[in-house]
Design a protein around this ligand. Structure first.
Ligand code: DGL
Length: 255
């Protein structure tokens, strides 16, 4: 039985691992958080491709054959190229492509949905593209929330600067009368409670739907093991992870 790889730039992907663990409790998961290169959202497409390729190579060495992209940014800008690059070697489960079809369920014609995401995801237009395939009568407003990832990685949830930034971004959703908010970066579920207090609408977490997709194609077999690897600051990673997991050990890998 081989393990399932799960990757992200940092602790964000743990919000997806949480859903995966609920969906497939017996599976063994190896999580990689690329804390040396976080945030991915302000990097170029080429940089994001290279960082992710290196993680996939690390997974290959560990005999991992199925990898979950617990990262919207990677799914938006590097998935197609990486699928091609690792063809017949690694089976990839991308986030946006797996979850976006569910995002418009229950919405009506001309309703607006706001996709909060990193700069790279917003620029890619991937949420708009995937939603349009399912329903082109829904308005999609993409909001670049650069800075949210740092709030989560550095745990500055209570700083006035952080709250002001969250309010400023949600105001755009309010101005557009958004009926639903997509947490279009896996770091954002850490901020969901704060966001709901500021703008109380329906929040959509793509991670839940990605986990459903994975559950439909992989078996619930294994010893239920979890292993964690990071490319920098394992202690900080463990502290920031606490919202979702109490991690005893995160191993440092030089990528
Ligand atoms: N959590 C990732 C995402 O879903 C990456 C965020 C970042 O590193 O900018 O997009």
């Amino acid at each position: 039985m081989t393990n399932i790889g799960v990757l992200d730039s940092g602790v964000g992907g743990l919000s997806v691992l949480w859903e995966l663990k609920k969906a497939l409790p017996n599976q063994n998961f190896i999580f990689f958080g690329d804390t040396k290169h976080v945030p991915y959202g302000t990097k170029t497409k080429e940089e994001i491709f290279t960082y992710t390729k290196n993680i996939l190579e690390f997974f290959l060495e560990k005999n991992v054959r199925n990898v979950v992209f617990a990262c919207n940014t990677t799914s938006a800008v590097a998935y197609l190229d990486l699928r091609e690059y690792f063809l017949n070697k690694i089976n990839i489960f991308p986030l946006i492509q797996s979850a976006a079809p569910y995002a418009v369920q229950g919405l009506k014609e001309n309703d607006t949905i706001a996709a909060l995401a990193t700069r790279a995801t917003t620029k890619s237009g991937k949420y708009e593209e995937e939603i349009r395939k399912i329903n082109d009568k829904i308005n999609v407003v993409s909001i670049d929330c650069t800075g949210f990832v740092e709030i989560v990685e550095n745990r500055t949830y209570d700083d006035k600067k952080s709250i002001d930034l969250i309010k400023e971004k949600l105001q755009i959703a309010k101005d557009n009368k958004a009926k639903r908010i997509i947490l279009g970066c896996t770091h954002y579920p850490y901020l969901a409670a704060i966001m709901k207090k500021i703008y109380n609408v329906d929040y959509f977490d793509p991670g839940y739907y990605l986990a459903k997709t994975v559950k439909n194609s992989l078996e619930n077999k294994g010893e239920g093991k979890l292993e964690f690897f990071v490319s920098k600051n394992p202690k900080e990673f463990i502290l920031s992870a606490k919202t979702f997991f109490d991690i005893e050990k995160a191993q440092l890998v030089n990528l």
